[in-house]
Design a protein around this ligand. Sequence first.
Ligand SMILES: Cc1cc2nc3c(=O)[nH]c(=O)nc-3n(C[C@H](O)[C@H](O)[C@H](O)COP(=O)(O)OP(=O)(O)OC[C@H]3O[C@@H](n4cnc5c(N)ncnc54)[C@H](O)[C@@H]3O)c2cc1C
Length: 354
Amino acid sequence: MTNHYNAIIVGQGIAGTLISYALLSRGQSVYVIDKPQAYAASKAAAGLINPITGRFYTKSWMIDDLLPAAIKMYESLEEMLEMQYWFPGDIYRTLHNVKQCNDWSARLLQAPYQDYAKAATHVGPYSGRVVIGEGVALISGGGRVEVAKLNQAYRAYLLSTDSFSEEIFDYDQLLYNDTQVRYGDVTADYIVFAEGAGVLKNRLFKHLPLRPAKGEAVHIKCEDISEKQDILKHMQYLVPTESSNTFWSGGGFKWQYKTEEPTEEWKEKQTTELTEFIDARYDIVNHLAGVRPCVKDRKPLIGRHPTHSKVYLFNGLGTKGTSLGPYFAEMLAEHILHRGSIIPEVDLNRFTIQ
Ligand SMILES: Cc1cc2nc3c(=O)[nH]c(=O)nc-3n(C[C@H](O)[C@H](O)[C@H](O)COP(=O)(O)OP(=O)(O)OC[C@H]3O[C@@H](n4cnc5c(N)ncnc54)[C@H](O)[C@@H]3O)c2cc1C
């Protein structure tokens, strides 16, 4: 017997969760296919949304639009799944020299930064537990999403509505024409691929310039720091997690790597840096790795396949899946259902098949 849905979604990292939710919210039926892979980025992410980033304290691209869309969608998911996933919090960022202090002071005076850049003289709840530098910047308006927990709960919801299959998607089994798609005994009006770095195995999108970047993270438990909300960025991030006295710390960009799994080499380096600035005893309780689906021009890849009208992509969320995901999931859903436009910066058709 054939089961028919409006959409088949391949991949259920944060991208698959958000695009399927945006479609569900518009009354579409979805059938989501995912099998956890070592490279999956969402399981390793801190889920940070940081409105001001980088060496020059620059406002994150489109943050004024992304932030309200993100909060709206995460709060809506919280209501449906009856659990908190979005945790607003200030980010304390230490400044290491006079130049950095001056640069930050300049930001405090600039109108576009007024909502996010604040003055601070201490690192809030981390005071006395970390060795800080010359000064402190306070970034407000951001926070973190419990990505792994959200994906897990959303998956349970999909399972309870017969909308999920845990399996490796076999690209050779996919059939499509101009009116529908078929995968095994499932048919659908259209298919959305959201496989993160797994898209490298998808021949339909092999022309796109994905530059996967491996990162790693540890969870550390430190009985002397009990913060649940605010985030610290010193030499490394300390991001509270749902477990008490436990913090996410990680990052790193490897464009070439022998394994997608966590490595001892990275953990040793991270531990050395953490020990240099945490003035308290801590234990590593978890070690994770993932591969970010980064793109050559650092912008998402969304839209309709150039020649197959029933095939869509939601990918390229790179280092910022939690902030980019909701806004662009809404954009893609509107595009699929109502021919809404995709802004040129993220339209996958900015790269052509050679
Ligand atoms: C260490 C680290 C820290 C990070 N920190 C942050 C942060 O603080 N804030 C932030 O916004 N972003 C962060 N990111 C980036 C963020 O994780 C990514 O932007 C986001 O997870 C990408 O989501 P995705 O769903 O596109 O890909 P993924 O999370 O990789 O999900 C893809 C899913 O598709 C599945 N899949 C793929 N192919 C198949 C197939 N053929 N069959 C079945 N299933 C398949 C995979 O198993 C996986 O579940 C971080 C990433 C890393 C690695």
